[in-house]
Design a protein around this ligand. Structure first.
Ligand code: GLU
Length: 312
């Protein structure tokens, strides 16, 4: 039985390609954090953006998680099956006058916008209604000049003025897909997620998510944004940058490398240990404060592939 105090963590991969070392680090961090506090750990497949999806990637991700010894609780939530819920929430926001249709193209926005936290700050052209026979393309949420602040377990206090740094942001895109920001907020609430541990590349999204949670009357989880893994040239390991997929052999070595990245450098780890024992050792050692962050002088760590090059 779970009490109200049970921690609920989650890993929410997008099936845009296979898991790589950066995703392994994020999965390990949220898993170790949840399991070390006897919490639940959920997997949510963020397969909402069909235009970026790679065929077979969702199954490959789940298979990789299994082979690496991750054990998730309950059913996997597939975002592609939840459009009706997202639409309902959008309708609520429409009814409350908090969203508006936008007819601007990306090119029009880029031509006039300042650069903000995460791309151009929307200049508000359609805020007071569509002009010059423009057709609605996307739905945007109105933001204002209040500061949204939170204290990240690793990155410290973060505050953003959304109007100045982001502008009214998209909840439903011109191509008809719901935006990540809306889906993630609805699903974290639906799944009762209490603790979000994920990559620092999402740090700047968090204040948007908290703003939405506040509008919708949802609980705000505790956040910890872990440093992103970079390759030797400083690029973030990502599917877009063609980071190498995790290998389905040498599981223990790859896990130990991820644990070390997360600050668990320990002589108790042994590449020949049974997988279960390796996990139990890491869970016993886990301390989120052991992770080195930019605050402590390391902005993202460099990951060097130390494994046997013939093992792939
Ligand atoms: N689906 C996102 C990704 O793969 C993660 C979303 C989240 O953890 O909030 O980058």
């Amino acid at each position: 039985m779970t009490s109200d105090l049970t921690l609920i963590g989650r890993f929410a991969p997008s099936p845009t390609g296979p898991l790589h070392f950066g995703s392994l680090v994020a999965a390990c961090a949220s898993y170790l954090d949840a399991r070390s506090k006897e919490g639940k750990w959920l997997v949510r497949m963020e397969d909402i953006d069909k235009s970026r999806e790679q065929a077979g990637a969702a199954d490959a991700i789940l298979q990789t998680l299994q082979v690496f010894g991750f054990e998730w609780d309950g059913e996997i939530l597939w975002q592609s099956q939840r459009s009706d819920f997202y639409q309902d929430v959008l309708e609520q926001l429409k009814y409350a006058g908090l969203v508006y249709p936008c007819g601007c193209s990306r090119r029009e926005i880029i031509a006039c916008a300042r650069v903000g936290l995460d791309g151009p700050v929307y200049p508000g052209f359609c805020r007071e209604g569509l002009k010059n026979g423009k057709q609605p393309r996307a739905w945007r949420l109105r933001v204002d000049h209040q500061e949204i602040c939170f204290t990240d377990q690793l990155q410290g206090r973060i505050c953003h003025d959304l109007a100045a740094n982001v502008g009214d942001f998209v909840l439903k895109r011109a191509d008809g897909f719901f935006a990540y920001q809306l889906a993630v907020v609805i699903d974290d609430a639906e799944q009762g997620v209490t603790d979000v541990v994920r990559g620092a590349d999402l740090l700047d999204s968090t204040t948007r998510q908290i703003f939405l949670q506040q509008l919708l009357g949802y609980h705000t989880p505790i956040y910890a944004h872990i440093p992103v893994a970079r390759d030797a040239s400083g690029l973030k390991l990502s599917k877009q940058n063609h980071a190498p997929a995790l290998s389905l052999s040498n599981i223990n070595q790859q896990l130990i490398q991820a644990f070390e990245f997360l600050g668990l450098e320990h002589q108790l780890f042994d590449a020949d240990m049974p997988l279960y024992e390796l996990w139990q050792t890491a869970i016993g050692l886990w301390k989120i404060s052991g992770i080195k962050t930019a605050k402590h002088g390391a902005c993202g760590q460099v990951y060097q592939r130390k494994l046997d090059p013939n093992s792939n």
